[in-house]
Each structure stands twice: as structure tokens, then as C-alpha cells.
Design a protein around this ligand. Structure first.
Ligand code: ZN
Length: 366
């Protein structure tokens, strides 16, 4: 979201705009105890039920902290094709009813290690049929260690842990009720993910805990206080692992700074053209502190080995290339191989694996 102009301008901008310091995403804990329901009209292929499959909500339940008993009213336990185990992991019960607002305000950047008391596990490959559903209730967790062909629905109200070798594919939908941070994805998800509705808090829009700043969703004037610590750390790690220098030539930009930048480009190219490469004040992702321009804002950067490495690997560090070449019509911005956006490792992986740009992934307008 920056210039497509010459290096001189960019370098000057770098000096002006590079900020560093405060993080806008303080860590927070989320977790608790749990209840996982694998329910539905028929939990057939997941679980072979000895009883009538319509009784539904086969449950691994322990809503209260002490009992992690497995109620096997129906199907879960009898399954031979998938083992669903409930294990007890000590975790002090953090407040279990966390409102969405606090979840997004104090959004954890990486999933905390505290796990709900009651975790269910799926260790063998399973198929969730079209009319089936799995529901991970609030305060519960499901750990997937295998492949799931999801043709029905998977509702994530608690936590879903997708281990490295695990995969969720199929024609079904993974529904995120509250926050993308409820998913700890080290594996692969190619099934469609249904994002929660946008939530506005103090004039800032979040979708599933992901802060949004684009042409449609602007930030308040006073928002932002420096480059995110997590983003800075991610860039350092990428430098160390890749061997590329990857200087941040533009990091945090305040509303006031963006005002000047945009006014300059408008004076030069006219507002209509300026809007395709520079953000109207309040709509720049740089104001979030979660975005940075790396090395060069020239189109030729895309051809460099560094840019290729960045495009292929930045998700492993929690970032995405925010304005991809094939999504210009959706993001409203030209291809910016230098502009990365920090989302946290799990969410960045989900976005990366989806092949979608952030607007598509969050189901919002650009
Ligand atoms: Zn940028």
C-alpha cells in the first residue's frame, strides 16, 4: 500500500515512516475446560454408532472442571475407525466466557499452550459426511492428528488443534464462531472456512479477531502506536533463516503521516490514480502497525530471489503477501510483493493454504 514510484521516494519514505516499538497485539490467554460434541443427524462415518444415529450429540462432555467423564450416550466411544479420546490436562480454568470484544482486543498472536481441560483427539483418518457435523463446544478442544475429509460441517466454538501431519479437506465448511485464534493450525486446511461476521470495537473492525484496514474499513485517526513487536520479530527471523537482508523500508505510519503521503501522490497523479497505489488516510494497513514494506516498492522486486523467498515462506513466520498479483480487483491495490501483513502463524497458514486474499478469506469487501 505504498508507492510504485522510484527508489528515491521510497527511501525517503523509509526514513520517515519506519517506526518500531509498541506492539498492538498484546498476548492474552484463552482457553479453558471443555466439551466437545460430535453430533448431528448421523455421526456415521466419524463414529460408528451402535445406537440410533439420530440421537445425536454424542458427547465428550465435562462442562464443569472436575469431571472429564466421557458420556458415551451414543457413538463416540464405540468407534473403531477413529479414536476419540478425552484426556485431562491441567489448566487452571481461565474465565470461560470471554466476550468477543476482549478476545479481539487482546488477541494472542500465537496460540497459548494452556489447553482446555477436556481435549478430544482424532487419530485416524475420518470422513464427515455431507449431513454430518462436528461441533467443538466453547471451552473444549479437539486435536486432529490425522486427515479429515470434511463434507459436512465443523463448528469451532472452542479450540481446534490441527497438528502438522493433519489435514482437513473436502467440500464441507469449517465454521469459525469467534476467533481464528481458536484454531491452532500447523497442518493443512483446504476445506472452506466460514469467517465470523465483522465486529466493530472503538471504530476498529475485526473479523474473527483479525484487525481489518482496507478501502472499506477505515481506522480512527488516533489508532496505532508503532510497529508490532511480533511483526518485527517475524521479519528478524525471516532474515536469519533466509540470509536476505530484508530491510523494513516502511513500517508503521500514523494517520497524519499517511495524510501527507497521500496528498503528495494526489498532487502528482490525481486522486483517482493515487488511490490505486496509496491509501486514503485511515485506510492504510501501515497504520495498524501490522504491515511492513520490505526492501523495495518497485514492481521489479517481484523478480528477485528475496521476493520469491518471501512469497513462498512468509506465512511460516505469520505473515502474508497482502496484495497478490491475481487479486487486484478484490483488494483494490496493485500487486505489492513487498508488502507483508502479520496475522500470526496459524491464521497466516490458513490464509496461505486457502489461496485467497485477506478480503476473500474474511468474506469482506475490499
Ligand atoms: Zn505497504
Amino acid at each position: 500500500m505504498n508507492t510504485k514510484r522510484g527508489i528515491a521516494a521510497v527511501c525517503a519514505a523509509a526514513v520517515l515512516f519506519s517506526g518500531c516499538g509498541n506492539n498492538s497485539n498484546p498476548d492474552a490467554n484463552s482457553s479453558d475446560n471443555s466439551e466437545v460434541y460430535m453430533s448431528s443427524s448421523s455421526s456415521s462415518s466419524i463414529v460408528e454408532s451402535s445406537t440410533s444415529s439420530s440421537s445425536s450429540s454424542s458427547s465428550i462432555s465435562s462442562s464443569s472442571s472436575s469431571s472429564s467423564s466421557v458420556e458415551t450416550s451414543s457413538s463416540v466411544e464405540s468407534s473403531s475407525s477413529s479414536s476419540v479420546e478425552s484426556s485431562k490436562i491441567s489448566s487452571s480454568s481461565v474465565a470461560s466466557s470471554k466476550p468477543v470484544s476482549s478476545a479481539v482486543e487482546s488477541r494472542p498472536t500465537e496460540i497459548p499452550d494452556i489447553l482446555p481441560e477436556n481435549i478430544s483427539e482424532i487419530n485416524e483418518n475420518i470422513v464427515v459426511e455431507e449431513n454430518d457435523e462436528i461441533r467443538i463446544e466453547k471451552d473444549s478442544a479437539l486435536r486432529l492428528n490425522s486427515e479429515m475429509e470434511l463434507n459436512g460441517d465443523l463448528y469451532v466454538e472452542g479450540r481446534l488443534i490441527i497438528e502438522e501431519s493433519a489435514k482437513i479437506s473436502g467440500t464441507g465448511i469449517l465454521h469459525v464462531a469467534n476467533s481464528f485464534d481458536d484454531i491452532d493450525c500447523k497442518g493443512t486446511v483446504t476445506a472452506k472456512i466460514d469467517a465470523p461476521e465483522p465486529v466493530e470495537i472503538d471504530g476498529v473492525t475485526y473479523v474473527g479477531g483479525v484487525l481489518v484496514a482496507n478501502k472499506k474499513y477505515a481506522l480512527p485517526k488516533n489508532f496505532g502506536n508503532g510497529l508490532s513487536k511480533e511483526l518485527n520479530t517475524a521479519v528478524k527471523a525471516m532474515r536469519a533463516d533466509s540470509g536476505f537482508k530484508m530491510p523494513i523500508i516502511s513500517g508503521f505510519r500514523s494517520y497524519a503521516t499517511q495524510e501527507k503521503v497521500f496528498a503528495n501522490w494526489c498532487a502528482k497523479d490525481g486522486e483517482e490514480v493515487a488511490r490505486t497505489y496509496s491509501a486514503v488516510p485511515g485506510t492504510s494497513e501501515h497504520q495498524t502497525g501490522l504491515a511492513a514494506d520490505i526492501t523495495s516498492c518497485m514492481a521489479s522486486y517481484a523478480k528477485t530471489a528475496e521476493a520469491k523467498w518471501l512469497a513462498e515462506n512468509c506465512y511460516k513466520y505469520g505473515c502474508i503477501i497482502r496484495y497478490p498479483a491475481d487479486k487486484v480487483a478484490i483488494t483494490g491495490y496493485i500487486y505489492e510483493p513487498w508488502h507483508i501483513r502479520y496475522l500470526g502463524k496459524s491464521t497466516a497458514k490458513l490464509v496461505h493454504d486457502s489461496g485467497l486474499c485477506l478480503e476473500e478469506f474474511l468474506e469482506i469487501d475490499g
